[in-house]
Design a protein around this ligand. Structure first.
Ligand SMILES: Nc1nc2c(ncn2[C@@H]2O[C@H](COP(=O)(O)OP(=O)(O)OP(=O)(O)O)[C@@H](O)[C@H]2O)c(=O)[nH]1
Ligand SMILES: [Mg+2]
Length: 374
């Protein structure tokens, strides 16, 4: 039975190019609908003893910083982004401490520091040009003014992509589709998001749309157990679009507020796998024509320039609505955020700063810039 649905799915999804539902589409949707009760298995939500719940970390700000008015969340973020700060903020501070006068050499050094932190050529040139102009306009000539101006213009750039994800409560469920290349942190980010929204009092469900590897389904189920969140899954090798479609139907029946769907990692250069993502979105629209309500691309913060080609390729069909940059705790190259901001207008929704489910931060431009250069 499931084979029949899969074949039908593929053929129809390839033929469907618009959002309107043809009689065949409706038939397919109803066929998928019927498969829910027979093919979908829900993971146990009992908490196994061996899994420790992730407690919220206690943040202790050193007294001297507390006295300077540093807030706990800002201190914590600086600690988490310390590698980028060492490679970026500290280098700049050092540069400005040894060079008090503004000259071409200072700008060159500045340019190198920005490029080394993966800020990217476009953003680097743009920011340096703006710093030069603003110093000239205000007739300033000491390097402290350069530092302040630099911070202001980087913040301006970072703010261009600051647009938090708002869960539209009229959508039930609000469906988040998570995509990206292999190993960037998609599944971990899903667990983090699930925890965040559950903590906000929402009813959350996960869909194991990565049907490629057996371990992928197990990984999501383990997170579900750990966070006490239901996971809708089918067998390895099942059609990813059908799994997500079925999960949407089930979520609707259970009044779930937020459904987050995992997908298999894929190289942005694999055209057939990229088309599969378009198919997933098309099939989701057969269930709810406004879905997915958010398509998040997960980018590994340490990827460098490759992040740009990943976003470009994944966005070819204009599917992306948000970005999550992960692993910023482990990279000195957090400047990639500015690179993405200068190249695309896609909002950065969250940043990942560790492996635990509590290690997800809402992206806030000012806090981010302060954490990496202060
Ligand atoms: N340090 C750190 N590690 C992270 C972060 N996010 C994810 N990871 C780690 O990155 C590795 C890959 O994470 P997954 O969530 O499995 O990545 P994925 O994109 O789902 O991988 P595939 O499904 O294989 O494509 C795991 O070891 C995670 O613990 C983060 O923000 N910081
Ligand atoms: Mg995964």
């Amino acid at each position: 039975m499931i084979k029949f649905f899969k074949k039908k799915n593929k053929k129809q999804a390839e033929q469907t190019t618009d959002k309107q539902q043809s009689p065949e589409d409706q038939q397919e949707a109803s066929a998928l609908d019927q498969s829910v009760s027979t093919e979908t298995v829900e993971s146990s939500i009992a908490k196994p003893d061996e899994i420790e719940p992730t407690a919220e970390p206690v943040i202790e700000v050193p007294p001297e910083l507390l006295a300077q008015g540093v807030e706990p969340h800002q201190y914590q973020l600086s600690q988490q982004l310390t590698k980028t700060n060492d490679n970026f903020g500290k280098k700049m501070k050092h540069l400005f401490s040894i060079k008090k006068k503004i000259d071409e050499e200072l700008f060159e050094e500045l340019e190198t520091t920005l490029l080394m932190a993966d800020v990217g050529a476009t953003a680097t040139m743009d920011v340096i040009e703006k710093v030069r102009k603003s110093l000239k306009r205000r007739n300033l000539s000491d390097s402290d003014a350069v530092f302040e101006s630099l911070q202001a213009h980087l913040t301006e750039l970072a703010k261009m992509v600051e647009k938090p994800l708002v869960i539209d409560e009229t959508k039930q469920p609000f469906v988040i589709l998570v995509v990206g290349v292999n190993g960037v942190g998609k599944t971990t980010t899903i667990a983090k998001l699930a925890r965040k929204y559950k903590g906000m009092g929402k009813k959350v469900m996960l869909a194991a749309g990565d049907t490629f590897r057996a371990a992928a389904v197990e990984q999501l189920k383990t997170w579900g157990e750990r966070e006490d969140i239901p996971v809708m899954a089918q067998n390895t090798g099942a059609d990813s679009a059908s799994v997500i479609f079925d999960a949407m139907t089930s979520a609707k029946a259970r009044n779930i507020d937020v459904l987050i769907a995992d997908t298999a990692g894929r190289l942005h250069t694999q055209a057939n796998l990229m088309q599969e993502l378009e198919k997933i979105s098309r099939v989701m629209r057969k269930n709810d024509e406004s879905a997915p309500h958010e398509t998040l691309i997960v980018i590994d913060g340490g990827t460098g320039q490759n992040a740009i080609s990943q976003v470009r390729e994944f966005n070819k069909a204009n599917l992306l609505s948000g970005v999550v940059i992960t692993k910023l705790d482990g990279t000195p190259k957090g400047g990639v955020l500015f690179n993405l901001a200068a190249e695309f207008e896609i909002p950065v929704r969250f940043i990942g700063v560790g492996e635990k489910s509590s290690d997800l931060k809402l992206y806030q431009a000012e806090d981010f810039v302060k954490a990496i250069i202060s």
